[in-house]
Design a protein around this ligand. Sequence first.
Ligand SMILES: [Zn+2]
Length: 64
Amino acid sequence: MNPIEILAALGAEWSPDFDAYTSGALDASHIRCVLCQMAPCSCPEFGTPEYFALHDQRRSRRGA
Ligand SMILES: [Zn+2]
């Protein structure tokens, strides 16, 4: 599963860099992650308790 598919699966907001990616200006590995804000992503391994804790933390900050 690539980072874009993971974001889509989570229903996450697109990275601010996504337009640059689609225009070919950025490689996928250079898109800032919406969860950890790192590029490339440095989140805990997808599916782990740590990952979901981070996801919940980001959601709560948005008031969702
Ligand atoms: Zn990340």
